[in-house]
Design a protein. Structure first.
Length: 227
């Protein structure tokens, strides 16, 4: 059986990671959460007071960042480890969300993470979600989907995620954060967020997760049938 690379790109809080995890599970593929990698780097920079505008400082910090994924049986998904410590919960907090797009826009950071991502998927059979998977990381991915959704709906989803983790954040603050991240993600010099020419658009505003998963799997199956 041939294996493919499934690239799910798009805006934050469109359901990319949740969809990617379930698609990977159903297909028996590996799931690589690229957004979590950038969040882990952001956490390290935050905790070590790295000046983002100082290239030498950033490069030195990157040499000290080691990111791995380890399966968590209780969650049924992989947790992110930063230098041997489980940071899965910490990297999802709002203060990381507020800095991750700025960190992700740094060229040396993107180059370092892209190199790791390409290495992780060298044998294919992976589902990878992010901002530039289908355009920069794996332009030869057989299956490409670009996900989007109404900004207010995205903000409401993000608020519910944070509430479930005990964080009460005003909807307007979350919406403003998402809009700011969209601008940074779409205008950065290295690996900007954009829809690949051969990517299929999926607006998830009024789709359930199951519908999103079915959409991707049907697309995967139709592509696989042509290989």
């Amino acid at each position: 059986m041939k294996k493919t690379i499934i690239a799910l790109d798009g805006h934050s809080s469109c359901g990319k990671s949740t969809t990617a995890k379930q698609v990977a599970k159903k297909l028996g593929y590996a799931f690589i959460d690229t957004g979590a990698m950038y969040r882990a780097v952001s956490l390290y920079f935050h905790d070590n007071h790295i000046t983002l505008t100082n290239p030498k400082e950033v490069e030195k910090a990157l040499s000290e960042v080691h990111i791995t994924f380890h399966f968590n049986e209780h969650r049924g998904a992989s947790d992110v480890y930063l230098n041997g410590l489980n940071v899965e919960e910490e990297i999802r907090k709002m203060y990381i969300s507020q800095m991750v797009s700025e960190v992700s826009a740094i060229t040396v950071v993107r180059k370092a993470m892209v190199a790791q991502q390409q290495k992780m998927a060298k044998h294919r059979g992976v589902v990878m979600d992010g901002r530039d998977i289908g355009t920069k990381v794996f332009p030869d991915a057989e299956v490409k989907v670009f996900m989007t959704a109404d900004p207010t709906i995205r903000a409401e989803r993000r608020q519910q995620e944070l509430l479930a983790k005990g964080e009460m954040i005003d909807l307007d603050i979350i919406l403003e954060n998402l809009k700011k991240r969209d601008i940074i993600d779409s205008t950065r010099e290295e690996g900007p967020l954009s829809q690949a020419e051969d990517a299929v658009l999926m607006d998830t505003s009024f789709m359930t997760i199951d519908e999103q998963v079915d959409f991707v799997i049907q697309l995967h199956d139709s592509v696989l049938a042509r290989l």
